[in-house]
Structure formats: C-alpha cells, structure tokens
Design a protein around this ligand. Structure first.
Ligand code: NAD
Length: 410
C-alpha cells in the first residue's frame, strides 16, 4: 500500500469513531493543492540537470500550511501528499494555529558539492515562492535538508519579495531568526509525552529503555532520558545493537560511535544483531529510525509495556493490532514526534514579535503544549475506548472539522 493510501485508511478508521460531516471528511481525503515544479540546476560540470519537486498543501482550515522539505531519490507525489496529511493531523493534535503541508525533490544530494546543493535549494524556492508565505505556507527542514539549506531558501525568498520575511521558513540558523531548542525539539517533545505516559502506567523507578536509531531523534532522546534517571539498556543503528542489562553510558556510546563509526565492540557491552534491539528486555521501546520497523512478526517478541513513536510510522497496521491485543501501549507519532513542529511554530511567533526567548522559556512552553496535547489524546482514548493512535486522530479530525465548519467549508 502506498503511503497516501495508508494515510487515507487511517483517516477512514478515525471517521468511524469521530463521525464528522461526510462532506468535510471526503474533502480531507485529498490535498487542497499539489504543486509540481521543474528545477534546472547548473552543475559544476557546466551541464544543466532538471529535477522534479513537489509541494503538497493538504489543509489550511486551522492556519497556514506547515511542513518540511525532503531531498531524497525515493520522493514521490504520493509520499509528499501523505506526509502533508500527517502534518495536518500533527499540528491539529498539538492545537497549533497551523495546517499541514510538505515538500520534496526527487534527488540524491549525497554526491552534490556545496555549490550544487545551494543552487538546488535556491531553485526549489524560486519555483514554489508564488505559493508560500508566512500567512500561506511555511516550509521547514526534513530528510537531507538542514538549517543551512533553510538559510539559502530564506535568502532567495527575500531577494524575490524585496524585504525581510523570516517567518516564511522555520528551522533556520539562530543568527537569522532560528529558535533555541529547535535542534533537539523532536526528542524533547517525545521525552515530555513519555514522562506523561510513564505516570499514567505507574511505571516504577529504574525504568529500562531501548532505542532504535541513534540519529537526531534517537540520540537526543537517549541523552535526555539518561539525564533524567532512566536506564538506557539498548541502542541500535543501521548496523547493530549495543546492549547492557545494567544500563549503557550514553555519552560513552556516542564517543565510541563518533570515533569508530559503529556501535560494535563497545567496552563492557554486548554486541547484538541490529534487529535484536526490538526484543531486548525493557519497559519502554523508542523506535526512532524507520517507517515500518515493527511488523506483525517482530511485534510478538517485544517485551516493553510502552512504545513511544519518535519515527514517523514505525508500527505497521498489522503490528498495531497485535500490540493492542497484548496490552502494549503505543504513543503515536502524530503526538510523540510533534515537538519539532511545535518549536517551529514558536520560531514563527518569535519572528513575528522580532524578539527572542531563552532556552528555558522555549522548554517551558514546549512542555505545556506537549502535556496539553497528551491529556487531550488520553481523554479521547478513554472516551472512545480506543488506542492512543485513534484517540489522537479523533482529536485532530474534530479540530480540523470544526475549523472547516466555522469557515462554511462544508
Ligand atoms: P537520522 O538520519 O538523524 O537518524 C536515523 C538513525 O536511524 C541513524 O542512527 C541510523 O543509523 C538509524 N537506522 C537506520 N536504519 C536502521 C535500522 N534498520 N535499524 C536501526 N537503526 C537504523 O534521522 P532522525 O532525524 O533521527 O529521524 C528518525 C525518524 O524520526 C524518522 O522517521 C523521521 O521521519 C522521524 N522524525 C524526525 C524528526 C526530527 O526532527 N529529526 C521530526 C519528526 C519525525
């Protein structure tokens, strides 16, 4: 099933509970608009290559479209559309005054020089500039795009419109209007909801955590959890798992990975195959790597009582049913990894005020937002006697439908 069909299936399942107006529901099954662009790039060789890019604007009833830009060879229009739908539900669950959008370019930028990457970034921005704006559609980083790319894109946009417009894009470098905390916001948000879930489940002291993926999401998550007294017993990357029953030293593992490029042969730790991470004895499992990592097969081996989805879509539909039957609670991606977009929203607020908050201010505001969202999702899951995932979808669907009704978009 392609990601767009998956996104639609999830919505249909939520509609069985939420029962919003049929007309609104049908409108939410497709994007408001899909933009396809051609981006010519003069490569260092002197030859011009033309790349295909997309921007999907799913829904803006609550506020301007919001979502990242991905540079990846596997980008498809269906994937971009699905990701823009998920952004719509994510911003709605968090109660942000934003809608959902997503962009992508079909390209492998790994062999690109800095100059080629800059030319592609500026070219994409030139192509989509007529359709975006701080009150229209606000892009951000995603896979293979980063603050540097956002800086080039902002500069190109400002040259086109002839004025400063920092609020048109988020995830910018600090020096041109970025926000503190943005770099680790996804993990920080996931940490706050994990703490809420731990309280609800009455998990005791020395809670053991296993983390799949040791990149931006998983790496910061491991650090934050250890700093708060959790015992990180397992971590995996694309090659292997490192495990220690008494708990790993995250800083040491980080240093080892930096020095050797691998998690293998960490002193005093067991080295296991990559897939073994999912089945290690632990209380909480944090998938922070890939889509579809937890499947029908391996979901039966999971020992954790709680799963917190830092990755997007790490649990397949079939696995979701197994986990539900086994009484394993799953905090869904549209809630758990929404810290990034929430701090993106804070970045825009600071740009609009032209005044900037301290790290503590941002952390406090993020904590409040994540807690509010968690409570709303928890209440919905109890009210409808359903999973947290469906609880979150119902919250999102009801909020977006209310905004559609308020605008008379029926
Ligand atoms: P990243 O590229 O920084 O890190 C990915 C990590 O996963 C790497 O350590 C890699 O080695 C590991 N990995 C790859 N294949 C693996 C496998 N088969 N088994 C175990 N580990 C494997 O990416 P990231 O930014 O941390 O994103 C991870 C997930 O979180 C993605 O699904 C992404 O969409 C989602 N997410 C990230 C953010 C963010 O702000 N970074 C926000 C929302 C959602």
């Amino acid at each position: 099933m392609n990601p767009l069909e998956t996104a639609r299936e999830q919505l249909r399942a939520a509609q069985k509970i939420a029962r919003i107006d049929q007309g609104i529901f049908e409108r939410l099954l497709s994007p408001d608009r899909l933009i396809e662009v051609s981006i010519p790039v003069r490569m260092d060789s002197g030859k011009t290559r033309v790349f295909t890019g997309f921007r999907s604007q799913w829904n803006d009833a609550v506020g301007p479209y919001k979502g990242g830009i991905r540079f990846h060879p596997d980008v498809t229009r269906e994937e971009v559309m699905a990701l823009s739908a998920w952004m719509t539900w994510k911003t709605a669950v968090l109660g942000l005054p934003l809608g959902g959008g997503k962009g992508g370019v079909v390209v492998d930028t790994k062999p690109f020089s800095d100059h080629e990457l800059e030319a592609l970034s500026r070219g994409y921005m030139r192509a989509i500039a007529p359709f975006i704006g701080k009150n229209r559609d606000i892009p951000a980083p995603d896979v293979s795009t980063d603050p540097r790319v956002m800086g080039w894109m902002l500069d190109e946009y400002e040259v086109l419109v002839g004025e400063k417009a920092p609020g048109v894009i988020t995830g910018k470098p600090l020096v041109i209007g970025g926000s503190l905390v943005r770099e680790y916001a996804t993990a920080q948000g996931a940490f706050f909801v994990l703490e809420n879930a731990v309280q609800k489940l009455h998990l005791s002291r020395r809670v053991r955590v296993a983390i799949q993926g040791f990149g931006n999401g998983g790496g910061h998550m491991a650090r934050l959890l250890q700093e708060s007294g959790y015992s990180i017993v397992g971590i995996s990357d694309s090659q292997s798992t490192v495990y220690r029953e008494e708990g790993l030293d995250v800083a040491e593992i980080e240093a080892h990975k930096r020095a050797t490029g691998s998690l293998k042969k960490c002193f005093g730790c067991e080295s296991l195959p990559r897939e073994a991470l999912l089945a290690v004895p632990c209380d909480i499992l944090v998938p922070a790597a890939l889509e579809g990592a937890i499947t029908l097969k391996n979901s039966k081996e999971i020992q954790a009582k709680l799963i917190v989805e830092v990755a997007n879509g790490p649990v397949t539909k079939e696995a979701d049913a197994v986990l539900f039957d086994r009484g394993i609670m799953v905090v869904p991606d549209i809630l758990a990894n929404a810290g990034g977009v929430t701090v993106s929203y804070f970045e825009q607020v600071q740009n609009a005020m032209n005044a900037y908050w301290t790290e503590d201010d941002v952390l406090q505001k993020l904590k409040e937002k994540m807690q509010e969202a968690f409570e709303a999702v928890w209440a919905s899951h109890e009210k409808y006697n359903t999973t947290l995932r469906m609880g979150a979808y119902v919250v999102a669907l009801e909020r977006v439908a209310a905004a559609m009704r308020a605008r008379g978009r029926i």
